[in-house]
Design a protein around this ligand. Structure first.
Ligand code: ME8
Length: 509
């Protein structure tokens, strides 16, 4: 089945940082994995450019808001290629096509009677860009922004979200995979056990002009979330585009826990009101902190993707992010932790295995894939472990359990390193009557490396590309085609390239 995967569209009031990079890397790895399985994939990301926060950020920067959003949106667009993140579409909520779709939907939902006009008084948090309930406040303040919300009384338009509450509860219950991991599904169901308020979806232009005007009342612009969520369908050509017709049934959204409510509650009910099917799945990840502290400009601990890449390289960062965080839980980032993984998992374990094996093939087999003889128990154990690893990897990747998928690969890497020590090919090379045994050991190692290379593609595309070249593998073969033994043709050329992961020295403090 086709996969249409999205990240959130990021606000342009801040530059890209580690948190955004994690989401982008996860999405990219999932898409590459789906392609490796032979699925059709469409990957969309982009920027969210309307609303109070953005207008204020532009004012603070002393720039015209259009220039400002163009500049910061370009920073997001440019942040992804160095991380080897390759979206198929980058949507901006200021794209005229998107604005047209938002207005069309507003009109349609209004005409169907699901948007109404009413008085409203509430506590508005500028940081969240929404009204908060008394219950959500901690010591009278917004728990996320630590500021007291403003009392606002005005007339506004409302989306009759509460009409769809029971439908949503039933849908979540009938589709256990709709929101994963399960803790977030439970959180949403708990929230839905209380009566749902309708959603205020307008802002008077006296307060905010930087938004999409309501087509049925020009005195208002639409609430930023009503605008932003629609990117997921406007970006693929809703209502008439061929892409929309083909892709929507395979829609899966990836977000962090901070924006669970808009995605798990506002968006499915909006879709329902539009007469569309809900998205297929919502995947929710946890939050990164830096050395156990919240990342923020004022703390001066914001980690920029370009700095991470410059220091460690894209593959190492991708590996670290996917290996370190259990999907769904929070995690802490530190340079020391990245360095440790780089030097131990990548340089010592994987890098050494690869270069040792290929150096031996160069020295003892004239850089050719040897014709192996009969396998003994140890050879069979490594073969079986490699093939079982591919199955385990597939299961974990399908479950978005990246950490476990990588652990399974590293088990085999460890086993292969021990296999080298145990069989000491350099000793076999000294004995002419051990030529067949040597060929079998080297051949078994090359096949193991082939399996490892295949599964690493979605995680570390550049390194896996170099490994494929070295092994003489043709690109583009599916996972199930590669889950076999003795695929490398005897006599094929093996090319010992540069060191995949040179050790990195600790920076002097
Ligand atoms: O919420 N750890 O945009 P946003 C992990 N425009 N992920 C993090 C993170 C952290 N510390 N910080 C940010 C918005 N993220 C809206 C979305 S969608 C229709 C509109 C990532 O720029 C994570 O993916 O605040 C989170 O959900 C997202 O950035 C929030 O991005």
């Amino acid at each position: 089945m086709t996969l249409y995967l999205t990240t959130p569209i990021f606000y342009v009031n801040a530059q890209p940082h580690l948190g955004h990079a994690y989401t982008a890397v996860v999405a990219d790895a999932v898409c590459r994995f789906a392609r490796l399985e032979g699925r059709e994939v469409f990957f969309q990301t982009g920027t969210d450019e309307h609303g109070d926060k953005i207008a204020q950020a532009a004012a603070t920067a002393g720039t015209d808001v259009r220039d400002y959003v163009d500049r910061v949106s370009a920073m997001f667009r440019d942040a992804w290629p160095p991380l080897l993140v390759e979206p198929d579409n980058f949507i901006r909520t200021t794209d005229p096509e998107h604005v047209k779709v938002v207005q069309r939907i507003l009109q349609q939902v209004y005409d169907r009677g699901d948007i109404y006009f009413s008085d409203y008084a509430g506590l508005y948090c500028k940081g969240c860009e929404r009204f908060l309930t008394e219950k959500e406040l901690v010591d009278g303040k917004c728990p996320d922004h630590l500021t007291a919300p403003e009392k606002v009384a005005e007339q506004n338009y409302f989306f009759a979200m509460s009409r769809y509450q029971q439908w949503l509860i039933d849908h979540i219950k009938a589709n256990p995979d709709f929101i994963t991991p399960e803790r977030y599904r439970n959180e949403v169901l708990a929230f839905l056990s209380e009566p749902l308020d309708d959603l205020c979806i307008s802002r008077p232009t006296s307060r905010l002009t930087w938004g999409v005007p309501l087509p049925f009342d020009q005195r208002f612009v639409t609430y930023v979330w009503f605008d932003a969520l629609i990117n997921y369908i406007s970006g693929i050509g809703y209502p008439d585009g061929a892409d929309f017709a083909r892709l929507w049934a395979g829609a899966e959204h990836l977000i962090a826990k901070d924006i669970l409510k808009p995605h798990a509650i506002f968006w499915p009910t909006m879709l329902r009101a539009m007469g569309l099917e809900p998205y297929r799945r919502l995947h929710v990840h946890g939050y990164w902190s830096i050395n156990d502290a919240k990342m923020s400009k004022s703390m001066g601990n914001v980690i920029r993707p370009e700095d991470m890449v410059a220091e460690f390289g894209a593959d190492s960062i991708r590996y670290f992010l996917l290996r370190e965080m259990s999907f769904g839980l929070d995690s802490s980032y530190s340079e020391d932790a990245v360095l440790a993984r780089r030097n131990s998992d990548l340089a010592n374990d994987l890098g050494n295995l690869f270069s040792r094996s290929l150096t031996m093939v160069k020295n003892f087999a004239d850089s050719r894939v040897p014709e192996p003889g009969a396998l003994n128990d140890e050879d069979r154990a490594l073969r079986d472990a490699s093939l079982a690893m591919m199955d385990e990897y597939r299961t974990h990747m399908r479950d978005w359990a990246f950490r476990q998928a990588l652990e399974a690969i590293w088990e085999v890497i460890g086993q292969a390193n021990r296999y080298i020590v145990g069989n000491a090919p350099w000793e076999l090379a000294k004995e002419p009557d051990q030529a067949e045994r040597l060929a079998t050991v080297l051949g078994t190692l090359l096949e193991t490396l082939r399996c490892i290379t295949c599964v690493l593609h979605p995680i570390m595309p550049a390194a896996a590309g170099k490994m494929s070249l070295a092994l003489g593998l043709e690109p583009g073969r599916r996972l199930d085609e590669q889950r076999r033994w003795n695929l490398l043709p005897p006599g094929g050329t093996i090319t010992l390239g540069e060191n995949l992961f040179p050790r990195i020295k600790r920076k002097k403090q």
